[in-house]
Design a protein around this ligand. Sequence first.
Ligand code: IPE
Ligand code: IPE
Ligand code: MG
Length: 245
Amino acid sequence: MSAKQAASSKPFLEEGSFPAHVGVIMDGNGRWAVRRGQIRTQGHLEGLKTAKKIVKAASDMGIAYLTLYVFSTENWKRTAEEVGFIMGLVKQYLAAELDFFRRNRIRIRYAGDARGLPPDIAREIREVCDDTRDFSGLQVILALNYGGRDEIVRGIRRLLEALPSGGELTEAAFRQYLDNPDIPDPDLIIRTAGEMRISNFLLWEGAYTEYWVSEKLWPDFTEEDFALAVTRFQGRERRYGGVTG
Ligand code: IPE
Ligand code: IPE
Ligand code: MG
């Protein structure tokens, strides 16, 4: 546990076995809105507020990496209105939060296929990644137009291009062709809205990730819920196929 973690952790967070990398499948925005008789986009607007709170909580807790599943390679199946709204929110968020990122030394990174994004969104992401690249605090990885299978296939393509240079194909060698090879595998993945599935998130990296599913819809998810997921993670026994005791 780092000094920063020790200083800023809530008292109910146990020391030790702190997750370095937490992934979040932020699900349930649409249901949140529909239950209130509102249109789905209202749920995304509310979901953005939760995302901001959880980024701050993860930063204060001293977590090193937070991957947010913002938009999957399958989410293009939604209406043009909903897709356009989400993309607009992302752009707005990045532009509006730059000061907050600076103050908190938060580095923004990207996972997914940027070539499939609207050019203005891709540019905004590139710029904020560049502007924050030297910050040494929490790294927030935005998974946008991200699919685990797509990441693996893009990795294989890059690997094949590099093949003439030789080298043995091992798991460690292949890992270098993933979107962010320097980032450790997620220790914990949280999914909201009660869904017990992975929905194409971090398939390679999640081989031994611990899962936590919250029944709460993403707009209702709080910092306390996030802390609870972390404490429950700390009580897990990770065996990686081995035996203990
Ligand atoms: C998650 O909420 C946000 C995205 C997938 C972009 P949903 O929009 O999937 O909400 P539900 O699952 O329909 O309630
Ligand atoms: C997963 O949620 C993708 C994101 C949260 C960005 P979905 O709502 O797309 O997943 P499914 O369709 O319920 O599996
Ligand atoms: Mg959903």
